[in-house]
Design a protein around this ligand. Sequence first.
Ligand code: WTA
Length: 656
Amino acid sequence: MPEVKLEAWLEETRQFAPSPAFAADANAQPGIYEAAISDPAAWWRTQAYRLVWDQPPTQTLEWDSPNARWFGDGTLNASVNCVDRHVAAGRGDKVAFHWVADAEGDERTITYRDLLSMVSQTAHALTELGVQKGDRVAVYMPMIPEAVVAMLAIVRVGAAHSVVFGGFSADALASRINDSDCRFVVTADGAFRRGSISPLKPAVDEALASCPGVKSVLVVRRTGAEVGWVDGRDHWWHDVVERQSTTHLPEFFEAEHLLFLMYTSGTTGTPKGIYHTTAGYLVGAATTYFNVLDAKPESDVSWTAADIGWITGHSYIVYGPLINGMTQVLYEGLPDSGGQDRWWRIIEKYGVTVLYTAPTTIRMLMKWGEDIPRAHDLGSLRLLGTVGEPINPEAWMWYREHVGGNRCPIVDTWWQTETGTMMIAPLPGITATKPGAAMRALPGIGVDIVDNDGNSVGNGEAGYLVLTAPWPSMARGIYGDPERFRSTYWSRFPGRYFAGDGAKRDENGDIWLLGRIDDVMNISGHRLSTTEVEHSLVGHPAVAEAAVVGASDELTGQAIVAFVTLKQSALVDGDDQTELIESLRRHVATTISPIAKPRQIILTPELPKTRSGKIMRRLLLDVAEHRSLGDVTTLTDPTVVNMIATLMTSHSANDD
Ligand code: WTA
């Protein structure tokens, strides 16, 4: 059961009533919860009319746990919903994206009409390269408009995208490509990050050495860096896309047609391809974006500061906002590309009204100091959101005061790659907010908090978060592994979805998230499993055994601490040890991603194990978080853990 750290805050917590000014004009109006609770399926059926359909559905839900079909007899095209419909309705000149490059001064404005032309050309290009309905296409791209265009063009022709975050290594890319048998890759020569180039095409080339199934690679020229080329396989975007017709007649697909795969970490070593289908996912994205981020397409300039390589980018940069016809900022760089005030300058320049980001970023901005936002006019902002990890009340208050001018509601949104869209969040204008609480299940979503036996726990008690009823944007499976889908999510409490998070309700019944209860770590909002990092470390020739824990970290939420025993032949001391630790950290970065680099690696002669040979990760976590050690009597050798604690304090953190 998760440890409850929020007790003190709950006692004296401050609560912010819904702002009357906001409420008057909010999309979500009182009565919405009641309407949804009385008949959730009927409520979702009305939300389905946010989409444009070729064949409107007459069916709502068929449910045979864990298999759901939503709006099963409807047909539609996802890219038509995001783009064509707005042009057809006379909104072609409306800006879809203000794209802001990493480098100062490099900006592009893309209207819905431009977007339609680009998506149409790319759809033709993909068809010319051989992409067909039902194919999977990997996307490994920087945050440039072509990334969004590629996603929309892929789904327009009935294929599915599998976007791999550009920060993942060649190995990680290769395993994702092979797991879902992608035949095509869309990439760029490289990405700009704070002015320097991080190569993408070279990583694709390296990955493809072990992906014999890939037939074609489409490459956007972004950095101009020289890249390797395989004739016949590799194609420049500007050669293939730009000569195509700017009109494209879309086909329509079934509601349950595969829309995309998104790989995410679970408790085992291999990331799983979470499987989302078309109509239900789009209904969820459109509805939550409308109600929670209070979409006002006529007047908003929205900015979801996330990467399209993660689910947040899929649901709240691409599908949710585009279906709602929003104008958005799409930003390529880091929060401090061009200075620590870059974000505030972007908000000021474009008049950003809705900002949605992650607690880890808020903590970083907070560390840089409030003088930086104070020097800018952030008066255009009217609503703030957060996602990705529990937000600590201090960061929440800072966000409210120094970014939102004590005027903007904050929506803390809990959801997952698997849920597709937001599940627990306040509705601005209706729900009161509390610093650190995600508050309430959204309309149409059933949430409970249960004990080991699946019984609801009372207010004030921590338990396992479960979702009690199917919802439209729920994952339909794990690609190629239906059994893993059932056993991971639907068997712990049969018929209910097991989220893997701990939660509690406070005395008013409002929901607080307490973090993961399994071996999934959350590093700066990025999900990684301890096993994944352990596998990588054990893959290094010097390593005999490794145990990894996610220790709490002020800035990144959790940070990776690894305890490693070396093979006899690899034992070293002194400077050689420092060098070896560095090479282990590099090894993890190249086999998974720089995000997965351990903050600290402790070389130890042994790991603490129970008599049955299980590594005691709980104890290692205590060591990593410098807590006093509890009961160690079940260990084969209790002295081992004390020795590790001593080693831990003698090694300084080997962070970058
Ligand atoms: C965590 C990101 C607390 C949680 C959209 C979940 C959160 C995991 C919140 C999913 C939040 C996400 N408060 N915890 N508001 N949002 N999480 O799949 O542990 O990358 O299970 O999806 O992030 O991460 P994922």
